[in-house]
Design a protein around this ligand. Sequence first.
Ligand SMILES: O=P(O)(O)OC[C@H]1O[C@H](OP(=O)(O)OP(=O)(O)O)[C@H](O)[C@@H]1O
Ligand SMILES: O=c1[nH]c(=O)c2nc[nH]c2[nH]1
Length: 190
Amino acid sequence: MEALHKKIREEGIVLSDQVLKVDAFLNHQIDPALMKLIGDEFAALFKDSGITKIVTIEASGIAPAIMTGLNLGVPVIFARKQQSLTLTENLLSATVYSFTKKTESTVAISPRHLTSSDRVLVIDDFLANGKASQALISIIKQAGATVAGLGIVIEKSFQGGRAELDAQGYRVESLARVKSLAGGVVTFIE
Ligand SMILES: O=P(O)(O)OC[C@H]1O[C@H](OP(=O)(O)OP(=O)(O)O)[C@H](O)[C@@H]1O
Ligand SMILES: O=c1[nH]c(=O)c2nc[nH]c2[nH]1
């Protein structure tokens, strides 16, 4: 997606060979116009997939997921990382190791919102080692629902997440595929 590539080139900061900082427009300060384009792109890619729900993980997946849900006209569920007094039923849950925080947490979704008749599109801001995506897939499977595909804003293709999802046979659509961050330079798979 050219507008996203341009934004990454102009405002992304390479922190190391492994980490790209995009907090100017994606996961701290958010560019709503870009997010709208991202939602429209995911919606166009998955419009014929019979999506009934979008699932993401707090916090940074929520913005692109909302814009996609708005376009497709389906609800958006975000897996919660914190226990909440309002989540009273037996939750569907999985553990996830956070790439940026280096901590493990339990993420959960209420079974009231996800059922075996759902066809789910997973949306997230980043795909690195695939821990967040795999946790969401586990929760969706626990509900007996179908994973129709995954929409990722920025994939770091040199880490293992994409290859694992490909090997599992999932459809993965990434709007920017980063081949390398070596030497402080962002190189895309075009
Ligand atoms: O493919 P992975 O190795 O799982 O990395 C990708 C995940 O890492 C980030 O989440 P993070 O835990 O940093 O939290 P955030 O959403 O609060 O930014 C990002 O938002 C993805 O969910
Ligand atoms: O801001 C971020 N930059 C990254 O490189 C990354 N990888 C996973 N999650 C991430 N978030």
